[in-house]
Ligand binder design. Sequence first.
Ligand SMILES: C[S@@+](CC[C@H](N)C(=O)[O-])C[C@H]1O[C@@H](n2cnc3c(N)ncnc32)[C@H](O)[C@@H]1O
Length: 222
Amino acid sequence: MRTFLTLENRHEDTLPEGTPWADIRFPARLVEVFLEEYTQPGDTIFDPFAGFGTTLIVAERMGRVPVGIEYNHDRWEYARTQLRPAANLLHGDSRRLIHDLPAPIDFSFTSPPYMNRGDAENPLTDCSELYAPGTDGYEIYLRELSALYRALGERMRPGAWTVIEASNLRREDHLTTLAWDIARAVGEVLPLERETIVGWEPTYGYGYDHSYCLVFRVPDRT
Ligand SMILES: C[S@@+](CC[C@H](N)C(=O)[O-])C[C@H]1O[C@@H](n2cnc3c(N)ncnc32)[C@H](O)[C@@H]1O
């Protein structure tokens, strides 16, 4: 797989009119590219921040077994309507529900909720309208992501790959190196082995035209 891809930042399907925060989806093509490279039909594919279900919908379409968790009720409900009734999509907090997942998971692909250093809201909550106020801070957010991926690593097949798509966040007065900080924080519990930079046409958002797919690997247990 190339370490730099160019993809169109567009969606084949439209969400119901008036859906809030519709732009948080990543394009289905991104998921396809990674599932083609890293998985086989029949593999179990997990998304801990399932959103509108893009990872799971593509996984099902490609003959993989989707498993996911989404905190926001409306998104969870929407994603369920796009999947077969038997699909394993849990509603709630992945930090807690990760421990109830069926194991082993063969591959994981997600985009986490983003946080700027200094934000006053906690993105790891149910953001029905806006992210809930009352943050514990950026370092705690990173630590919680790291704890989630430690628990996920224990439920994944040894040698399996897990990918996080993220961007740095640039504002006029401020830069948060989110993608790099996630690479460091999650890399403390699962080795970061690769990255693919995706150049988005016409653009990405958050002050950038590109994002990172950070590729971690669960160690082989001996
Ligand atoms: C960037 S969006 C994912 C979008 C998804 N890739 C798609 O294409 O629709 C991140 C999602 O994580 C959810 N979320 C935030 N905190 C969560 C948590 N603790 N457990 C589960 N889901 C959470 C948010 O509600 C949001 O829908």
